[in-house]
Ligand binder design. Structure first.
Ligand code: AMP
Ligand code: MG
Length: 328
């Protein structure tokens, strides 16, 4: 199969036709690229799992355009959910509701909830409006690999396997959406992202963060899996000194170490090849996945130095960083 990459606007009507025909199409969003299929079709949704090699108990997020009426898909909502929608949608916030079970049962993998997102990227909105169906979509990477933030990254993982990638350029957000459980008394974050706990608490009055207890069935199964793994050896450390020692040992072995770290650390390891994450949470979120994908192509050992930056979107950035480097 030939995989076409088309500019999002030029490709949206072909994309909508493919989705209606039960095919899988990759599309740009403001977080990462998604791998989408008609959420009402069992066969189309199952194709996503097969293409990615995704575990069959890891549920998908359904994407809709801003004018789509979700009332048939969800079984009621708490009062705070309307306020959160008003404040943050369209945008990088996924809301988990009680499900009516109208979409394919393969979307929620046996959970009685449904995760819904309204992406703000104009490319995603245009594609979803044209399609006018709920589109189930995980990130458009092979399972466990680093999420894609350019059309080229999607092509690297799915060339020859999907008919179309809608190219909307580089993703401005860079990490996946915040996943928020809206089935309880107060909202609870299942996955941290660009919409932070503080931002949600300000609107909803309160906001918890879910932590899986050992032995418990995970509320957001995806979080239990290894994720975001670059395809090279990795090491994780906390200081420039440790990174230099690891780098020197790798050189002595004849390998090529590359150090991925925030700007102030990059200034201390200049005698090694470095990938500079930047100095603020927003920039680190935007650069992280592209640098991990760049690093895996050039390094024999990719050394991550944990950023010291804290607060805001850093909760989401650090979570991905630690998983990518096997520190969590
Ligand atoms: P991905 O799009 O690949 O980043 O994965 C989607 C994420 O959303 C995973 O972490 C899932 O576990 C989570 N998710 C999707 N649907 C639900 C749901 N109904 N309840 C809880 N988490 C969900
Ligand atoms: Mg993913």
């Amino acid at each position: 199969m030939e995989t076409k990459i088309l500019p999002a606007e030029a490709g949206k009507s072909l994309a909508a036709r493919l989705i209606r025909a039960g095919e899988v199409v990759a599309f740009h969003t403001e977080t990462v690229y998604g791998l989408g299929a008609n959420a009402f079709s069992d066969g189309a949704v199952q194709k996503i799992f097969a293409l990615k090699g995704r575990p069959s108990d890891n549920p998908l997020i359904v994407h809709v355009h801003a004018g789509y009426d979700i009332s048939a898909l969800i079984d009621g909502e708490p009062p705070y959910a309307a306020a959160l929608r008003q404040a943050f949608l369209p945008g990088p916030l996924t809301m988990v509701y009680p499900s009516t079970g109208k979409v394919s049962r393969f979307v929620s993998c046996g959970l009685n909830t449904l995760a819904i997102r309204v992406p703000s990227s104009p490319a995603a909105q245009a594609f979803l409006r044209e399609t006018d169906l709920p589109v189930a979509a995980p990130s458009a990477n092979l399972s466990k690999h680093v999420s894609p933030v350019t059309a080229g990254h999607v092509f690297d993982d799915f060339s020859g396997k999907i008919p179309l990638i809608l190219d909307g350029g580089a993703c401005s957000g860079g990490i996946e959406s915040t996943v928020l459980d809206c089935t309880g008394e107060i909202p609870q974050i299942l996955r941290e992202g660009l919409v932070t706990r503080g931002m949600i608490a300000e609107v909803a009055g309160d906001c918890g963060v879910y932590r899986m207890r050992t032995g418990e069935k995970p509320r957001s199964p995806g979080m239990a899996y290894r994720h975001y793994s670059p395809r090279c050896d990795t090491a994780c450390c906390k200081t420039a000194e440790e990174a230099r020692a690891l780098g020197a040992a790798e050189r002595a072995r004849g390998g090529k170490p590359v150090i991925l770290c925030e700007s102030k650390t990059a200034a201390l390891v200049g005698d090694f090849e470095t990938l500079d994450l930047g100095a603020t949470g927003e920039v680190m979120a935007r650069r992280l996945y592209a640098l991990l994908r760049q690093g895996e192509k050039i390094a024999t050992l990719l050394i991550g130095v944990e950023p010291e930056e804290q607060g805001g979107v850093m909760a989401g950035v650090l979570n991905r960083f630690k998983r990518a480097f096997g520190a969590e």
